[in-house]
Design a binder for this molecule. Structure first.
Ligand code: NAD
Length: 498
């Protein structure tokens, strides 16, 4: 019997009564390692009702106790980091180090959630009028929901529910159906840390279950991370049902290389940032813009990338793992073909790469194109595979114009020895996360993850102070306490507080 992934509802792991399941496969072999249920309508209703019920008591739990829960949870995640990473390796195929990093970046958010008392401080002004004070409190919204992608099965769920729950909300998580077991392990540890029943629910499935969350009147806010088309759908449908929505979507991240940059640093940074994690990172560098004479380095960059080999997670020499599914692999191969047909020069072609002993794995070797132009499909579309497009620009101004014309705005970086060039780039670029001599500038959780343009729909971003704003409502109180020793004057006919 294949393992059946359970639901986590009202504090218990339970098998679904669904008659529909989706196979979870090992992407290096196609072996079916589990079956994930499509949660039934009754189970969805029960999960939402129990989150709503749990909210009544959870919101009354003192903020310092909520913080302590996060401290215990962070501790347990650290203790079980390797175990969680192993699940990620099996269901997603990441290398062990990469999988541990996935968990670690999530732990950092839980540590940030443990700072919730100071993050939830309101504002006060004494004497807004004579003997009248105004102060604000931040209060939780109610039941919030999260819908997460396959590529960071630990980190991205941990971007969401610890912050939401630390704020006093309860949460329903619908992880990716492609690697759902990581979240179940994390939920188990959250319960072990002392989370009361109903505070976190995990439901499984795909569009049908997401649609329930998007439309249900008891869900107050939706956090989504995934592809562009789905992100737009989530944002439109969620807001149409009068919910607060933050939707993090796809990307096409550019690295600009100035001729005064250090060549070896550029090569080292580009190799890891472009093909690392099989290119399945929303902050991966998929376009390298070589400015002026730095174009001479393209053959050396290609030679360095050509040396990188994918493999299974049990192979310590593997640089990255397989693509998540045969469909993802087929899509990437077809985009590589299109690149060739549309006239780009394929300097390194990973289409036919094989990993000995794993003939059925979703392998794509590192691939590099030069002479790419903005009209080409490989430039315009998010490939989400180990494929780097190189583009030439005559000047920094031309590079900035190119990046600013992209509909995406998740991340970008510039490699240069010039402070003036870096300053100009950080100021003029229309992208939400900028690295200066740092290829993948993902902010630590005391900042927020701030994609722009087509990479993000909403206004308050993930983790950090912005997540607290997203998961809370501000209540502003204006108060006067009468001194009984002073005689009461007549009725006040004006709305003026003086
Ligand atoms: P996806 O959009 O296919 O799936 C994401 C989630 O949405 C899953 O839980 C899935 O079940 C659900 N879903 C899928 N189709 C749906 C539909 N029609 N209606 C409602 N829900 C649906 O994304 P993916 O392939 O799992 O993840 C890769 C994508 O995520 C890439 O585009 C990547 O750039 C993006 N991503 C973005 C960020 C970011 O911070 N901007 C971070 C990680 C990944």
């Amino acid at each position: 019997m294949t393992h059946q992934v359970q639901l986590f509802i009202n504090g218990e792991f339970v098998p679904s009564k669904s008659d529909r399941f989706i196979p979870v496969t090992d992407p290096a072999t196609q072996e079916v390692i589990a079956q994930v249920p499509c949660t039934t309508a009754d189970e969805m209703a029960f999960a939402i009702a129990s989150a709503k019920e749990a909210f009544k008591s959870w919101k009354e739990v003192p903020v310092s106790e909520r913080a302590r829960l996060m401290m215990r949870f962070a501790h347990l995640l650290k203790e079980h980091q390797t175990e969680i990473a192993e699940i990620i390796c099996r269901e997603l195929g990441k290398t062990v180090e990469d999988a541990k990093g996935d968990v670690w970046r999530g732990i950092e958010v839980v540590e940030q959630a443990a700072n919730i008392p100071s993050l939830m401080m309101g504002e006060t002004v004494e004497n807004v009028a004579r003997s009248i004070d105004t102060y604000s409190y931040i209060q939780p919204l109610g039941v919030c929901a999260g819908i997460t992608p396959f590529n960071f099965p630990a980190m991205i769920p941990l971007w969401m529910f610890p912050m939401a729950i630390a704020c006093g909300n309860t949460f329903i998580l619908k992880p990716s159906e492609q690697d759902p077991m990581t979240v179940n392990k994390i939920a188990e540890l959250f319960a072990l840390a002392g989370a009361p029943a109903g505070v976190l629910q995990v439901v499984h499935g795909n569009k049908e279950q997401v649609d329930v969350l998007l439309r249900h009147p008891d869900i107050k806010a939706i956090s989504f991370v995934g592809s562009v088309n789905v992100g737009q759908y989530i944002y439109k449908t969620g807001t149409d049902h009068l919910k607060r929505v933050q939707a993090f979507a796809g990307a096409k991240n550019h690295m600009v290389i100035m001729p005064d940059a250090n060549k070896q640093q550029v090569i080292n940074a580009l190799v890891g940032a472009s093909v690392g994690a099989a290119g399945q990172r929303c902050m991966a560098i998929s376009v390298a813009v070589f400015v002026g004479d730095s174009q001479q380095w393209i053959p050396e960059v290609a030679a360095a990338i050509a040396k990188v080999r994918p493999g299974v997670y049990t192979d310590p020499d593997a640089a990255y793992g397989p693509q998540i599914s045969p469909q993802a692999k087929a899509r990437i191969l077809s985009l590589i073909e299109q690149g060739k047909v549309e006239g780009a020069t394929c300097l390194v072609d990973g289409s036919a790469v094989q990993v000995p002993g794993y003939p059925n794995g979703n392998w794509v070797g590192p691939t590099v194109f030069s002479d790419v132009t903005p009209e080409m499909t490989i430039y315009k579309e998010e490939i989400f595979g180990p494929v780097l497009a190189t583009v030439n620009a005559a000047s920094l101004d031309e590079a900035i114009e190119l990046v600013n014309n992209s509909p995406y705005g998740n991340g970008t970086s510039i490699f240069t020895a010039s402070g003036a060039a870096a300053r100009k780039y950080q100021h003029e670029i229309e992208v939400g996360q900028v690295g200066i001599n740092i290829p993948i500038p993902v902010p630590l959780p005391f900042f927020s993850f701030t994609g722009w343009k087509g990479s993000f729909y909403g206004d308050q971003h993930a983790y950090g102070k912005q997540a607290v704003r997203f998961y809370t409502e501000t209540k502003t109180i204006t108060a006067r306490w009468f001194d009984d020793s002073i005689p009461v004057s007549g009725p006040n006919m004006s709305i003026n507080l003086r």
